[in-house]
Design a protein around this ligand. Structure first.
Ligand code: GDD
Length: 339
């Protein structure tokens, strides 16, 4: 049985990827932080339904020996490195920990694979944030990088590290340059989930406002479940390479709000308040990807509509908040809008 190792298995992408790999017949191993193992209720909600079927190992992105030991012990055929400090806003608050965790974590994983499992195929979760103040729209694999945050800089470093391990040591190492990808499992700090969750609280009478930053930012939003398939496809290719994964169209945060609130029978203008605290010191105004290479080389396609994605998230959060209310936990500050 083929073994796959996922860092960041408790996150949105990790959970969808674990489901996909189990479906493909893999033995799935995941790296989690010790705190997650100690608090599965809060930290493993996305993979609770998989816990019987997967193997979890405690290790930290900050500790090379801990990662090396897991790689040596598991001997994976494929490794998906998804773990990172992935919230762009937070990277402005603490550049140092974002750079340390993201760059060193990727470097440690690459080095551990090279030393302990050199035939293992490696996937690095790069990001469209690497394009930042992009020189062209849409962006493709040739577009120059111009990151606008330490998060973006850390992903550029991880991208170059991965490519260098491929070129210098012959590792089958690929980078997925993924654009924003969402789902009902998205973290609450990201704008899409913040909108769908707070909107559900408003709809159910628990709150009256949604405080947001830049409503004019444009993003190319796809569905995470389709994007993890692209990760897997990259490691099934004979040659390692780098691919843009995107929908090819973009929308503003304002449009997301409009569709979300309309779906719940509300007008976003009545509830959304623009709050300076949520603006970023350096914003990425527009990201839109050209995924022709992924389509042509790997046969990856995306055919969901933006409206369906927004509505799925809203419906899910309406159920989620209603369930919380029934359980008597909906009335406190579930979301303090601090993100
Ligand atoms: N989070 C947040 N909260 N974003 C807001 C808010 C707010 O209240 N108001 C406006 N925005 C705008 C941000 O300024 C940004 O332009 C856009 O909404 C999207 O923000 P996020 O959802 O936080 O995602 P991101 O684009 O910064 O980063 C995500 O996508 C990247 C790929 O492009 C993350 O998933 C990254 O990890 C990923 O690499």
């Amino acid at each position: 049985m083929k073994k796959a190792l996922i860092t960041g298995i408790t996150g949105q992408d990790g959970s969808y990827l674990a489901e996909l790999l189990l479906g493909e017949g893999y033995q799935v191993h995941g790296i989690v932080r010790r705190v997650a193992l100690e608090d599965p209720q809060h930290r493993m909600w996305r993979i609770r339904h998989l816990l019987e079927d997967i193997h979890l190992h405690s290790a930290s992105l900050e500790s090379y020996p801990s990662l090396f030991n897991v790689v040596r012990q598991v001997q994976p055929a494929e490794c998906y490195h998804l773990a990172a400090q992935s919230f762009v806003s937070y990277s402005f608050e603490d550049e140092f920990s974002t750079l340390n965790t993201n760059i060193n974590g990727t470097h440690y994983m690459l080095s551990a694979i090279k030393e302990a499992a050199p035939r293992c195929r490696f996937y690095f979760a790069a990001s469209s944030e690497m394009f930042g103040k992009a020189a062209e729209v849409p962006q493709n694999e040739q577009t120059p990088f111009h990151p606008r945050s330490s998060y973006g800089i850390s992903k550029v470093a991880g991208f170059h590290l991965t490519r260098n391990y491929r070129e210098a040591y012959g590792l089958h190492a690929s980078c997925g340059i993924l654009y924003n990808h969402e789902s009902p499992r998205r973290g609450f700090e990201f704008v899409t989930r913040k909108i769908s969750h707070q909107l559900a609280r408003i709809k159910l009478g628990l709150d009256s406002q949604l405080r947001l930053g830049n409503l004019e930012a444009k993003r190319d939003w796809g569905h995470a479940a389709d994007y993890v398939r692209a990760m897997w496809l990259m490691l099934q290719q004979e040659q390692p390479d780098d691919y843009v994964i995107s929908t090819g169209s973009c929308h503003t945060v304002r449009e997301f709000c409009d569709i979300a609130f309309s779906h719940a029978g509300l007008h976003y203008e009545d509830y959304v308040v623009v709050d300076e605290r949520f603006f970023r010191p350096a914003e990425v105004d527009v990201l839109m990807g050209d995924c022709s290479k992924a389509q042509n080389v790997m046969g990856w396609n995306y055919d969901r509509s933006f409206t369906d994605l927004v509505q799925e998230m809203v419906d899910s959060d309406l159920r989620f908040v209603a369930d919380q209310c029934r359980a008597g936990i909906g009335f406190g500050s579930q979301h303090d809008q601090s993100h």
